[in-house]
Design a protein around this ligand. Structure first.
Ligand SMILES: [Zn+2]
Ligand SMILES: [Zn+2]
Length: 84
């Protein structure tokens, strides 16, 4: 349990850092590319999504965290997600 929440915290922290690409300096890395065919699956900003991951399957990082980490502990409560 501890390790899971620790990983989650680390990713949350990463999500609030800014993109390091030259023209994306103030853009938060708030999304993640989960496209199966993407060669650079990573945290991305809004500009990255437009420029580098156009047409890729991306989700907000919070959505990814909730579903990825929440899926294990909340198997029996899937209905909860629809109301959130
Ligand atoms: Zn970017
Ligand atoms: Zn991508």
């Amino acid at each position: 349990m501890l390790s899971k929440s620790k990983i989650s915290d680390q990713i949350k922290q990463i999500s609030y850092s800014c993109c390091n690409k030259s023209s994306h300096e103030s853009e938060p890395l708030s999304r993640i590319c989960i496209d199966k065919q993407c060669k650079n699956k990573t945290l991305i900003c809004a500009l990255c999504e437009e420029e580098l991951h156009n047409g890729h399957e991306t989700v907000p990082l919070k959505f990814f965290l909730k579903n990825f980490y929440g899926a294990e502990s909340k198997k029996a409560k899937t209905s909860f997600e629809t109301h959130n």
